[in-house]
Design a protein around this ligand. Structure first.
Ligand code: B12
Ligand code: SF4
Length: 496
């Protein structure tokens, strides 16, 4: 099927602040005393790449480092992903520092590359693994041989890592798994942090690429809540957060934003990283009231991921004021155009609701970016084109941007369990490859754009849908090109 293409292809690029260029010295680490904890944000790909991808700082790692340093520990971060470093470079820099503990985040689609990096790490004491894949697959991760002792942190890391660094006996630390001889021990889980306001604001000295500069913007990331009430069957969010949401108080959030806006870096763009922004009764009103109260209305631009039904719950007044507050765009998980599939994945949003939400945003001149997934179990080529066409129709109704991803069934999600029941083996569902979406004959700009997307693209080797992997990627490629980057900054895809 042939679809009309957007003619514009622009590549993003970002700059770091001069005084934030630390690598190979880890960001935030004090010279002159030994390193207690070095954290690594895993690089996505095995090869080096340019700084042409717009990063989001690893806020979770930032929180852990901020809490550990407040407890008197000397710590630092190597942002392998943000800086586009190779795993070899990261391992070498980490080993040169000789940290007591070295920790790294594990994500399922890049776990192979990351565990190869882990095998090269030589801290003085132990390696700490954390993040989504480590939390869900601790048994599998610890089953591997390792030259250095490994502690797996399941769930939130702030308190657990602090206790590890303070030398608490391992059998007394909640939320960790480790090896004892031939046995793998899973200590009882740790409760989620109830009061997020009790956490300090993330110390940005730990980030080389936050704030960063792009297109006249000075950009930082902020998280205002943790978790999600919903249970979309393809999403690991609820698996990690226990299907509940904890909110920071809005006054606490706005104080952090104010500090960033008034900092030496003069931040003027905030990327909210919440699973679902402004979820919950009155959250939007509080956001707007606090902005007004702190004289921040319109003083920075922002974007966030939001549900279509959240938008439908807003009054006209709220939408008007969100526009006034500086929203650059809102991202929405639309996923698919098949009503039955939408029900099966438990999105809890109908197509009609999505259309109304897009239209309401368009009425207030708020650009919407739709996220779509292709490759659900049983999905045919025709189904996929319906989704692409639905996206193109939404564009006519005002949707400004769209990104398309292929389904990645993450461990612990309902889709992952469904596939196991159908006879898939866990190893097959973890068998990812780096995918290139560009073709040799593409004109230069198109190729550049597709290569850019491809830098963060992985896919399973075997097809889950009714369409072979190669065909699925052809459709993805066409769908991505049909929209192209819109010229609006920060278009990169979601992590579905
Ligand atoms: C914002 C976000 C991003 C941002 C920022 C990521 C980052 N590095 O922080 C961007 C867009 C860059 C991103 C990228 C990716 N993401 Co993402 N992302 C999220 C999202 C929506 C929120 C994460 C967040 O900020 N949470 C709030 C902070 C405060 O908490 P946190 O990050 O979870 O960290 C806490 C704990 O997890 C733990 N922890 C985390 N890391 C570590 C490491 C150690 C050593 C320890 C001890 C503890 C620990 O302690 C932290 C503090 O409590 C989640 C959804 C979710 N609910 O988790 C998906 C999610 C984590 N992402 C996911 C994925 C797959 C990816 C990518 C691999 C996508 C891809 N391109 O293929 C990349 C990874 C690249 C990388 N190395 O960063 C999946 C992970 C599923 C899985 N099983 O792996 C999730 C769950 C979304 C989903 N589809 O289900 N992501
Ligand atoms: S896709 Fe969004 S709404 Fe659905 S469970 Fe994940 S975070 Fe929640």
């Amino acid at each position: 099927m042939l679809i009309e293409r957007e003619p514009r292809y622009c590549l993003p690029s970002f700059e770091v602040f001069e005084d934030k260029k630390f690598f190979p010295w880890p960001a935030g680490l004090n010279e002159g005393s030994p390193c207690d904890l070095l954290l690594i944000n895993a690089p996505f790909r095995p090869e080096e790449r340019d700084r042409d991808y717009i990063p989001n700082s690893p806020l979770g790692l930032g929180y852990i480092l901020t809490v550990a340093s407040a407890a008197g520990k000397n710590c630092g971060l190597i942002d392998g992903e943000g800086l586009g470093l190779t795993p070899e470079k990261v391992a070498q820099a980490a080993n040169d520092i000789q940290p007591e503990y070295v920790g790294i985040n594990l994500f399922s689609p890049i776990v192979k590359t990351t565990l190869e990096l882990v095998a090269e790490l030589r801290p003085r004491s132990s390696i700490i693994l954390g993040g989504p894949h480590a939390s869900i697959c601790s048994e599998e991760v610890l089953a591997r041989e390792s030259a250095v002792p490994i502690v797996v942190v399941r769930g939130e890391g702030e308190v657990t890592v602090k206790e590890i660094l303070e030398g608490r006996p391992v059998d007394k630390i909640e939320g960790i798994s480790y090896r004892k001889g031939e046995k793998i021990i899973h200590n009882p889980g740790r409760e989620f942090i109830k009061d997020l306001d009790s956490l300090p604001f993330v110390n940005r000295d730990f980030f080389e690429v936050d704030p960063y500069k792009r297109d006249g913007y000075v950009v930082s990331s902020v998280s205002t809540s943790r978790g999600c009430f919903y249970q979309c069957t393809f999403c690991a969010g609820p698996v990690l957060s226990g299907r509940m949401v904890r909110f920071r108080s809005m006054s606490n959030v706005i104080r952090e934003i104010k500090e960033l806006v008034e900092s030496q870096y003069a931040v003027n763009y905030i990327r909210f990283t919440d699973d679902c922004f402004l979820l919950g009764k009155n959250r939007a009103k509080e956001f707007l009231n606090e902005l007004e109260k702190e004289d921040l209305m319109g003083r920075f631009r922002w974007d966030a991921l939001i549900r279509a039904d959240t938008i439908l719950g807003f009054s006209d007044e709220i939408l008007k004021n969100l526009k006034k507050s500086g929203v650059e765009f809102l991202s929405m998980g639309i996923e698919t155009s098949d009503p039955k599939r939408l029900e099966a994945i438990q999105k809890g949003i109908t197509l009609e609701e999505t259309e109304r939400a897009v239209e309401r945003c368009a009425n207030y001149d708020i650009p919407v970016k739709g996220f779509f997934i292709l490759g659900f179990p049983g999905e045919t080529e025709e189904d996929m084109w319906w989704t692409v066409n639905f996206a193109l129709n939404l564009r006519k109704q005002g949707m400004a941007m769209a990104t398309f991803n292929e389904l990645r069934p993450y461990p612990g999600t309902a889709i992952w369990f469904e596939l196991l029941e159908e006879g898939w083996k866990p190893q097959e569902l973890a068998n990812y490859q780096y995918v290139s979406l560009s073709l040799p004959e593409d004109e230069k700009s198109v190729n550049q754009y597709l290569r850019e997307r491809g830098k963060h693209f992985t896919g399973l080797r075997r097809s889950i849908s009714a369409v072979p992997p190669q065909k699925l990627r052809e459709i993805l490629r066409e769908a991505i090109l049909a929209f192209g980057p819109s010229g609006i900054p920060f278009y990169e895809g979601r992590c579905s």
